[in-house]
Design a protein around this ligand. Structure first.
Ligand SMILES: *Cc1c(COP(=O)(O)O)cnc(C)c1O
Length: 371
């Protein structure tokens, strides 16, 4: 991944610095409005990362000790960690092989009477089937939280990921499609919940620092509950506003490069590239390919061969339940998760990638496959 940043972002950051207001302020408020509008949500609450966004989203649903939250193990580890931060227990569910995402069936297999929420991920930018998941969660009486860290620019049924979500969490890490360096957002349509989220990210304060600054009279704040310092800075938001303006171009370019990869790799037997599901379109944030068990070379050997050719690729999406941090945490068998995690790799894909660079990647894969 190479983030697509330029002069405009540099100028926007410099303007924020020169304005004298660098902490959470007017640029954060503008970024929240613009982002929420872009994804079709009523409210956006900017925070320091998607990890902190997930933490606050789960607190805002009053989850805590004794509660269970169903999560995919096949995700960046922050998804499961956010549940543990609240004292609730993450319960790992398997994923479907085509998308790497939870489905109502995989959730149903591990659900218990203590399941209070499902935390679904739009993994690698492939949208989860939220219509099916929302309907199932409504039947079960459980909340559905969306980890949309990778989801910006992806769509379900022609509408942005996150639209209609009870609560969704987003990331602006440079590994994602648009970036603020570090940064995150929570979106929701619920005004009361949005107000609580704004408070929680700022120490539980009843009045924000920006509001006090804007008042000509002294305003005394009080602390309504134990909160956190999870704020985004105005410097980051200034960069985010410019990046948001680039989103359509970024997604169009990534989709075009993904389609080209699919054509180049189609002749390789036993190698299946990620593709759009029937219910939506992805942003191809992570262009992962799945190797058949009988592929001529193993995944790690393939990564080595790519590295030998000067190409930086990565192992596929991790499985949290296999990490030392989750040793001793019991989980149901997760065969699809383990197969994807063991046999997949993520190929280079970035906005400024050339066709020649892409051809080089494909040539190594063809050579290794014996073609
Ligand atoms: C990147 C990622 C996160 C964490 O995002 P940060 O902004 O780095 O905290 C959480 N969940 C998923 C699925 C991710 O890909």
């Amino acid at each position: 991944m190479v983030p697509w940043l330029g002069e405009e972002e540099a100028r926007a950051a410099a303007d924020a610095v020169l304005s004298g207001w660098v902490a959470q302020g007017p640029r954060v408020a503008d970024f929240e409005r613009a982002f929420a509008e872009r994804v079709g949500a009523e409210h956006g609450i900017a925070v320091s990362s998607c990890t902190t966004a997930l933490h606050l989203a789960l607190i805002a649903l009053d989850l805590g000790p004794g509660d269970e939250v169903v999560v995919p193990s096949l995700s960046f580890i922050a998804t499961a960690n956010a549940v543990l931060y609240t004292g609730a227990r993450p319960v790992f569910a398997d994923v479907e092989e085509a998308t790497g995402n939870l489905t109502p069936q995989t959730v149903d297999a591990v659900r218990t009477p203590r399941t209070k929420a499902v935390l679904a991920v739009h993994q690698g930018g492939v949208p989860a089937d939220v219509h099916a998941l929302r309907a199932a969660c409504a039947d079960w009486g459980t909340a559905l939280v969306e980890d949309a860290a990778c989801g910006i620019g992806a769509t379900v049924g022609g509408k942005s990921v996150g639209q209609g979500a009870l609560i969704a969490a987003w990331s602006f890490h440079p590994r994602k499609v648009i970036t603020t360096g570090e940064g995150g957002m929570v979106t929701t349509d619920d005004a009361a919940r949005a107000e609580r989220l704004r408070r929680l990210r700022e120490h539980g304060m009843s009045v924000s620092a920006a509001q006090r600054h804007a008042s000509s009279r002294p305003v005394a704040e009080s602390y309504l509950e134990v909160g956190y310092n999870y704020r985004m800075t105005d410097i980051q938001a200034a960069v985010g506003l410019v990046q948001l303006g680039r989103l359509d171009a970024v997604v169009a370019r990534r989709r075009a490069l993904a389609a080209r990869y699919a054509r180049l790799l189609a002749p390789i037997p036993g190698l299946r590239p990620v593709r759009d599901p029937a219910h939506g379109e992805g942003n191809f944030q992570s262009y992962w390919v799945l190797l058949a068990e009988d592929f001529p070379v193993g995944r790690d050997a393939l990564l080595e061969a790519l590295a030998d050719a000067g190409i930086s690729a990565r192992r596929g999406i991790m499985a949290a339940h296999l990490e030392p941090a989750y040793a001793g945490h019991t989980a149901a068998p997760l065969p699809v998760t383990e197969r994807i995690s063991r046999n997949s790799l993520i190929l280079p894909l970035f906005h400024t990638m050339t066709h020649a660079q892409q051809d080089r990647v494909a040539a190594v894969l063809h050579a290794q496959a014996g073609g």
